[in-house]
Design a binder for this molecule. Sequence first.
Ligand code: MG
Length: 113
Amino acid sequence: MENQELLARAIEKWGIEAQQKQVIEECSELITAILHRQRGKCTDADVVTEIADVSIMCEQMKLIYGARRVDAEIQRKLNRLKERLGYVVEADDTTHSGHLHVEISIMQKGGEQ
Ligand SMILES: [Mg+2]
């Protein structure tokens, strides 16, 4: 079972509302872990665990709200960051998110068979 399918099953089992509450809880735990790390009250590994939890929950939020929409918004914000850091944003950076690029690659492979 692929990760995306596993995450979709979790949403099906517990429901959208429960998973939205869970992402809030996991974000809170990450915030707390970072604050504790700054005070030397926990380890890097503790923070890494909470980053993993938040990442897993964010992947579920992408399935709920639309992975393509989220990926497009991530790319838009990365382009904005790139500009703020003084780099030139190329046209290709604005038209292809990583997600879409993968889909296009898969489609091209399928067409070759
Ligand atoms: Mg956690």
